[in-house]
Design a protein around this ligand. Structure first.
Ligand SMILES: C[S@@+](CC[C@H](N)C(=O)[O-])C[C@H]1O[C@@H](n2cnc3c(N)ncnc32)[C@H](O)[C@@H]1O
Length: 317
């Protein structure tokens, strides 16, 4: 039975080559308001604990998934506007409205960051799960949760359309070029479980850095595991290029398999200063002899890092 894993994965890849045969099953996180609230507040807490200041201007998210809930949480926290860019249009209006209404209740209650039993594996891991009231102050929240602002945001969610629309909420999927976000306009570019899919990291990181205003931040949580495409968490580094291409098929996005050091290198090359790196270490399960040729020279740190949080800043003016 175990031997069947690779043929099954290749079959999935081949199926994706045939239009109509592949089915969309969701991305698995942002369809729940509590998840979105937790992700947003975790990034906020990491920014705060790292001694950085989060501006109240524009938040850009790459790869929001099933809803725009993380960005809606940013807007309810006081961000002026939010731009979401995805490879695939997963999020639709009805779900976004439901997530928005639940988020509103969570913010009104100043609820603690969901973790523990509900989200035991959610990253970045933070020690303090209390509501970050030093950063999201009562004064600020009175404004961002005021009746007029909430009505305007709800109307923006109801009228959500794909493309270059105006207003506090923009959703572009698929996005083809970086022109959807003006250079130097973003206070924060955030990704959650997305950077592991980007093949050309140098190009992507340069683009993200270009969008930032001076002093702006990128906040990434990156999952470096095999995503069940192998029997061990690090088994994806054992496949040859040819087998990996067959497993990938024609899927619109797929794991790039870049390890930790490659991500950090691309962020540094983009000109940003890395402020914080929080790796999650895990013993490697794949013996060196089973690593694919291109991964044979991986460092011990790369081989034993299954996730990482990275915060980086554009030099202030
Ligand atoms: C594992 S899901 C994570 C979704 C969401 N951030 C969450 O935490 O649940 C990965 C997301 O990244 C998106 N994605 C993959 N490659 C992308 C790319 N090059 N540009 C934008 N989004 C991308 C996918 O469409 C999907 O929405």
């Amino acid at each position: 039975m175990k031997r069947l894993l690779v043929p099954r994965l290749v079959y999935g890849g081949l199926k994706s080559l045939v239009p109509g045969l592949s089915s969309h099953t969701g991305t698995g996180g942002t369809d729940r308001a509590a998840y979105c609230y937790s992700v947003w507040l975790r990034h906020v807490r990491m920014i705060q604990d790292s001694g950085c200041t989060l501006g109240r201007g524009r938040v850009v998210e790459v790869g929001p998934g099933d809803s725009l809930g993380v960005g809606l949480a940013a807007l309810l926290s006081g961000a002026d506007d939010y731009v979401a860019l995805d490879a695939v249009a997963h999020a639709e209006v009805t779900r976004n409205l439901a997530v928005f209404d639940e988020l509103l209740e969570l913010f009104r209650g100043r609820e603690p960051v969901p973790g523990g039993a509900s989200f035991p594996n959610l990253k970045p891991e933070i020690q303090d799960l209390t509501f970050p009231s030093e950063l999201l102050t009562e004064e600020g929240l009175q404004d961002s949760l005021g009746p007029e602002r909430v009505a305007a945001l709800r109307a923006a969610v109801s009228g959500l359309r794909l493309g270059r629309q105006r207003g506090p909420l923009r959703y572009v999927a698929p996005w083809m070029d970086g022109g959807f976000v003006e250079a130097g306009s973003a206070d924060l570019v955030l990704t959650q479980a997305v950077m592991q899919y980007i093949e050309d990291l140098d190009e992507a990181c340069a683009l993200l850095a270009r969008w930032l205003r001076p002093g702006g931040l990128v906040s990434h949580q990156i999952d470096l595991t095999s995503h069940d495409l192998a029997r061990t968490w690090d088994g994806h580094w054992g496949y040859s290029r040819a087998t990996w291409a067959l497993i990938k098929g024609a899927r619109p996005f797929f794991l790039s398999r870049h390890p930790l050091s490659r991500h950090l290198e691309a962020i540094r090359r983009s000109g940003l200063d890395i402020v914080r790196v929080l790796p999650v270490a895990c013993p490697s399960k794949l013996p060196v002899r089973r690593l694919a040729h291109r991964f044979k020279s991986m460092t011990e740190e790369d081989r034993t890092t299954r996730a990482v949080y990275v915060l980086a800043r554009k030099t202030p003016a």
